[in-house]
Design a protein around this ligand. Structure first.
Ligand code: PPS
Ligand code: ADP
Length: 207
């Protein structure tokens, strides 16, 4: 009897059209660009700017943004540690499917726990999980505070806010680190170019 997780009597069906054929059709390589960092660090800005840049270059990408997914797929999850872990597990699995479809999947979530990000990485073929760490100091993120959430967290009106009274574990190693240089944050176009150049140099923008 085949048993996976909690399901029994389930079997794997192979598709007659393989990933290599889909990639050839799209002239690109499926992969996951996983953007992690504090709220306000610029994850969504980079994700959608990269989405636009790749589109302009004729490459198919799709953004899985944490905030957006919590309106649907993950609407039953909150911000307790086990909910965040389940959130990241689900998005990791969805990202894997998008990459298998041949797309450049851009996932932008706080994803605060190293073990959860590593589990997503482990789902992917070698080198096709590109972790981008938005290494912005808390003071910068809190200063931006476009949604006013840090203010609410400091006032005790949001409990368990990442960076305030909930942990963020920085990546120990990642493919790309976006950080300040001489106290100046790279602009959105500069961040976008850095990631797009990485994808190009690594061969993801051709079949
Ligand atoms: N307690 C708490 N901690 C952190 N963030 C909070 C919280 N409550 C609400 N929000 C809003 O939810 C967005 C983060 O969702 P994610 O799915 O990316 O979070 S996680 O990866 O599961 O930790 C996050 O969006 P971003 O600012 O884009 O990161 C916030 O707008
Ligand atoms: N490189 C940047 N330089 C200056 N401001 C930025 C930069 N990236 C993002 N921002 C601004 O910071 C705020 C938070 O960005 P956002 O992309 O929503 O972050 P996150 O998705 O990590 O919460 C927004 O107001 C955005 O315009």
């Amino acid at each position: 009897m085949a048993t996976i997780g909690n399901s029994t009597n389930i079997f794997w069906h192979e598709s007659p059209v393989g990933k290599a054929e889909r990639q050839k059709l799209l002239n690109q390589q499926g992969c996951v660009v996983w953007i992690t960092g504090l709220s306000g660090s610029g994850k969504s800005t980079l994700a959608y700017s990269l989405n636009r840049e790749l589109h302009t270059r004729g490459k198919l990408s799709y953004v899985l943004d944490g905030d957006n997914l919590r309106h649907g797929l993950n609407k039953n999850l909150g911000f307790a540690a086990e909910d965040r872990t389940e959130n990241i597990r689900r998005v990791g699995e969805v990202a894997k499917l998008f990459a298998d479809a041949g797309l450049i999947c851009i996932a932008s979530l706080i994803s605060p726990y190293g073990k959860d990000r590593d589990a997503c990485r482990a789902l992917m073929p070698d080198k096709s999980f590109i972790e981008v760490f938005m290494n912005m100091p808390l003071e910068i993120c809190e200063g931006r505070d476009p949604k006013g959430l840090y203010k609410l967290a400091r006032a005790g009106k949001i409990k368990g806010f990442t960076g305030i009274d909930d942990p963020y574990e920085p990546p120990l190693s990642c493919e790309i680190e976006i950080k300040q240089k001489d106290g100046i944050c790279p602009t959105p176009p500069e961040m976008t170019t850095e990631v797009a150049t990485y994808l190009e140099d690594s061969g993801f923008l051709q079949a």
